[in-house]
Design a protein around this ligand. Structure first.
Ligand code: FAD
Length: 407
């Protein structure tokens, strides 16, 4: 819902060419691109700086996204510190199968925890490029986004006062639970949703990775995954019923299930450690269309969510942000509208491609434990094909790394 006109500002109303709502990977990347072109913007973030710099989430970034950050001067620490991955390992039928996607694509995954990337981006935006940012804002509302004089109002954390900011454009980068999406017109908005009918218990263990690459265990008891994050912290996933209570998963049960589901001939034992995060994700995807309404452009999880099956969400958020940042700069500095005009279509082509891949991979991960011998049989056929057909392996590698020349 767009609020028709802003309430009176308790201070003098301010004006910025762009207001960015949300300081996640998408919002901070847009802000950085604008600041690099000397375009002023204001970022509004509901949480504190300390909170966003520590919120654990993603860790796998595709090489094209890293190069996109590098091109915009945003990848110095990442390139210094990230681990390069060029293979993953599937475990099924009691055996292990290494999949060398680097050889097939000449491309890598970079493992760099999301909190580190957010820390780099916020420092670069606020401390180096001099961008304005307000943390802890409440009740963000958009006004008149379908006019050429939109504004954003919010409650200031420090004073509790209501503030109004006038702008030319609003970037809605406030994630899956944000406020900006509500400004799309109800009669035009379509939310395409897919529910996988499974949950993943998402875990962070204070322990070094148990293997040097991502592990996918496709087991009759359910999927299990290992994603290295750093030398001392490892993410694990365990398939569970949706809505399961994390408290029903004491450490002993977690490690016992991981040992069984990731077990295979000749593999070393898992390196266990204290669990520092334990939450259940109900696995689902959605795509919101339109992503653009008047002067509001959505980016990242605000517009589309993809379950972490193929580790795609942050990559899509960065893809949107590159397109939106560049398009806003072109519009505001040279009056070139073409980037903004093509923004939604360019985003959605990659979004739908990644959604389809996640759905395909979900069946590989979950089919074995579906309790349906037909699904178990076809899941096994998909897995075997990856290791018997070079064409199937090449197609998988291209999708997993996002290296297709066009989407
Ligand atoms: P967010 O990161 O959600 O940022 C939105 C920001 O907006 C937040 O800081 C939020 O506090 C703020 N906000 C919300 N509401 C408001 C409001 N009303 N006003 C102001 N600010 C607001 N993706 C990958 O690519 N690879 C992975 O390996 C991967 N693993 C994942 C593992 C887990 C457990 C989870 C949960 C996700 C994972 N993802 C992964 C997905 C990835 O984390 C998200 O896709 C990514 O964070 C999206 O970035 P964003 O900037 O669009 O949104």
């Amino acid at each position: 819902m767009t609020h028709a006109s802003p309430p009176a500002d308790s201070g003098a109303p301010r004006r910025f060419p762009v207001v960015v709502v949300g300081a996640g990977p998408a919002g901070l990347t847009v802000g950085n691109i604008l600041r690099a072109a000397s375009v002023d913007c204001l970022v509004l973030e509901a949480e504190t700086r300390e909170f966003i710099e520590q919120r654990p989430r993603a860790g796998v970034i595709e090489e094209w996204a890293v190069r996109g950050l590098e091109k915009r001067g945003l990848a110095r620490n990442l390139l210094d510190r990230a681990e390069l991955h060029s293979a993953c390992e599937f475990r099924f039928g009691g055996e292990r199968y290494r999949f060398p996607y680097g050889e097939l694509t000449s491309s890598h995954h970079f493992v760099y925890p999301q909190p580190l990337l957010v820390t780099d981006l916020v420092r670069e935006y606020a401390d180096v490029r001099g961008g304005e940012i307000r943390f802890g804002v409440r009740d963000v509302e958009l006004h008149d986004v379908d006019s050429d004089r939109p504004s954003v109002s919010y409650t200031c954390f420090e004073t509790g006062e209501r503030r109004v900011v006038h702008c030319d454009f609003v970037a809605g980068c406030d994630g899956a639970r944000g406020a900006t999406r509500a400004s799309l017109p109800v009669e035009r908005v379509r939310i395409a949703r897919h529910d996988y009918g499974v949950g993943w218990l998402a875990l962070l263990a204070e322990a070094p990775p148990s293997a040097d690459c991502v592990l996918f265990g496709c087991h009759p008891r359910g999927f299990a995954g290992q994603m290295p994050r750093s030398r001392d912290v490892t993410r694990y996933y365990l398939q569970c019923p949706p809505g399961d209570d994390p408290d029903d998963w004491p450490e002993e049960r977690v490690w016992s299930e991981l040992r069984q589901r990731l077990g295979a001939t000749g593999v070393p034992p898992l390196t266990e450690g204290r669990l520092i995060e334990k939450r259940v994700l109900d696995m689902h995807d959605y795509v919101v269309e339109p992503m653009v309404h008047g002067r509001l452009h959505l980016a990242g999880d605000a517009a589309h969510l993809v379950a972490p099956i193929a580790a795609k969400g942050m990559n899509l958020a960065l893809h949107d942000a590159f397109l939106l940042g560049d398009a806003l700069v072109a519009r505001l500095t040279t009056d070139d509208d073409s980037g903004l005009a093509g923004y939604e279509q360019a985003c959605l082509r990659r979004v739908w491609d990644y959604q389809e891949f996640s759905q395909w991979l979900s069946e590989v991960f979950h089919g074995t434990a579906a309790g349906d011998p037909f699904r178990a049989g076809t899941a096994l056929a998909r897995l075997r094909r990856l290791f018997t057909s070079p064409a199937a392996a090449a197609a998988f590698a291209e999708q997993y790394l996002g290296t297709a020349a066009r989407h």
